[in-house]
Design a protein around this ligand. Structure first.
Ligand code: NAD
Length: 496
């Protein structure tokens, strides 16, 4: 059987050009290569930007009615194809089908938010700031914008950005992760079917060469990046140096603080769902549990009991947790487990022996106790099914831990004391906070993003910050003299 070939989506169709460089795409549950994906050259990226520039010059003049009609139609198509997109995600990412469907739903909510763009783009108007003078504001699109996305949400993360970018009148170039490039191709087809003119939405596949070309191309006006912190920082620095507007969302190490008065069954359920859902490959995964004593000895057995019930296996076969995305990533996460043991943490449950099938990039749920802040399993983002417990003696100690960590994406507190929760939401230096909720899921109409090393730039994703990011403000001061100054005669016209 011929291997599936995945290539760029340019001007409303799949490109037939090749740079001669390609990457392999795997099914992580079987370990088999299932497709190859083109890696664009700098020259190919240039051609795509030319296409996006020409399309922008038309699209920016399309009416708000036209743009919202396309988005409403796209929403219907996305809904109809939810399962198909989810299956593509599971086949290349490994997450279980229900999780993959949830990801599409979250993206769909941003499309729904963007359908309200006529309201969101309304400007202000001040009549009579001086004699015959009015002032008003308008927001205009930037031009071709680039979206560079990570492997862990191949559908949702691009949809954090492009529905709003398109609704605001921009054209788009998406550079998806080379590890799971299929879902965005179906999404591109659906946008065309929904009536989006060719060239307004393009997909360029590739690696560092394609990213670097987008970062410096003068035709690209903004960069929305999501990925690991070192690359986010590089993208932010390179893109802003090239004069672009950049929002670069990075990695995470999300702490869940459990106070002694918390409902421990709720806390255990939440820690297990948020720690091991999507095999911990989520930027909002809980990877660190801060047990405020004497909570740990009661909470850890509850967590362990739940972890023992997690069925690891092929995401299409009704399991709870799928494989990791690649062999290299699986081995990296496993090496952190080894490091944790060497550094002196207590290994309560070891996922390294879990192997539901012969092949596939498997790693079962893993739990550490007695972490210290100096350990690499505490300082680093592991991005796998590894949950660590660190014991502290007070709320203040817990707060200091969270605030001292370099990442600040998400955090949660579990308590029955509203005052304690209220103090935490005020004092914690993290962008997104859950109260008796483990991972605050992205809500389309609020903006999503972290603090500290979890985000470079000033704008979070979607919500009103997304609308601002994808538009430039303009203020117009206009003077129209009264007709008595020599304009037309406003008297009633005579009948003869
Ligand atoms: P990654 O940084 O390896 O890759 C992200 C994108 O950058 C991909 O498109 C990739 O092709 C490209 N890239 C990789 N190396 C590059 C280089 N040297 N130069 C230029 N471009 C390069 O991230 P990943 O492994 O795909 O995704 C996982 C990471 O993303 C985790 O750190 C996770 O926390 C983070 N993430 C963050 C959020 C958030 O909202 N903050 C959301 C999802 C994922």
């Amino acid at each position: 059987m011929d291997m599936k070939q995945i290539s760029h989506w340019i001007n409303g169709k799949v490109s037939t050009e090749t740079s001669g460089r390609k990457g392999d795409v795997y099914n992580p549950a079987t370990g088999q290569v299932t497709a190859t994906v083109e890696f664009a050259s700098t020259e190919q990226v240039g051609k795509i930007v030319d296409v996006a520039t020409a399309a922008f010059n038309e699209w920016r003049h399309s009416s708000l009615t036209k743009r919202t009609q396309v988005l409403f139609a796209f929403r219907e198509l996305l809904n109809q194809n939810k399962v198909k997109i989810a299956e593509m995600i599971t086949a290349e990412h490994g997450k279980v089908l229900s999780d993959a469907q949830g990801e599409v739903t979250r993206g769909l909510e941003v499309v729904e938010f963007a359908c309200g763009i006529p309201h969101l783009l309304k400007g202000g108007y001040s009549e009579g700031v001086s004699t015959d003078v009015d002032v008003y504001s308008i927001r205009q699109p930037l031009g071709p914008v680039a979206i560079i996305s990570p492997f862990n949400f191949p559908a949702m993360v691009p949809m954090w950005f492009f529905p709003i970018a398109l609704a605001c009148g921009n054209s788009v170039v998406v550079k998806p992760s080379e590890k799971d490039p299929s879902a965005i191709m179906l999404i591109a087809e659906l946008l065309k079917e929904a009536g989006l003119p060719d060239g307004v939405f393009n997909v360029v596949h590739g690696d560092k060469e394609a990213v670097d070309a987008l970062l410096v191309h003068p035709g690209i006006k903004s960069i929305s990046f999501v990925g690991s912190t070192p690359i986010a920082k590089y993208v932010y620095e390179t893109g802003t140096q090239a004069g672009k507007r950049v929002q670069a969302l990075g990695g995470a190490k999300n702490h869940m603080v459990v106070l002694p008065d918390a409902d421990l069954d709720l806390a255990a359920d939440s820690a297990v769902n948020a720690g091991f859902g999507s095999a911990g490959e989520r930027c909002m995964a809980i990877s660190m549990l801060v047990a405020v004593e004497p909570v740990a000895d009661k909470l850890i057995p509850k967590i362990k009991e739940r972890m023992e019930k997690i069925k690891t296996g092929d995401g299409t076969k009704g399991c709870d947790m799928g494989p990791l995305v690649t062999k290299a990533h699986r081995d990296k996460v496993a090496s952190y487990i080894e490091a944790g043991v060497k550094e002196g943490a207590t290994l309560v449950m070891d996922g390294r022996q879990v192997k539901p099938d012969e092949n596939g990039f498997w790693l079962g749920p893993t739990l550490f106790d007695n972490l210290k802040t100096s350990m690499s399993i505490y300082t680093d983002e592991i991005f796998g099914p590894v949950l660590g417990v660190i014991r502290v003696n007070s709320y203040d100690e817990a707060l200091k831990l969270v605030n001292d960590h370099k990442y600040g994406n998400g955090t949660a507190i579990f308590t029955n004391d509203g005052g304690a929760a209220r103090r935490y939401q005020n004092e914690v230096e993290v962008g997104m906070v859950g109260i008796n909720v483990p991972i605050p899921v992205p809500m389309a109409y609020y903006s999503f993003g972290g603090w500290k090393s979890s985000l470079f730039g000033d704008s979070h994703a979607h919500g009103t910050e997304g609308v601002h990011f994808f538009t430039r403000g303009k203020v117009v001061t206009s003077r129209w003299l009264d007709p008595s100054h020599g304009g037309i005669n406003l008297g009633f016209p005579t009948n003869n």
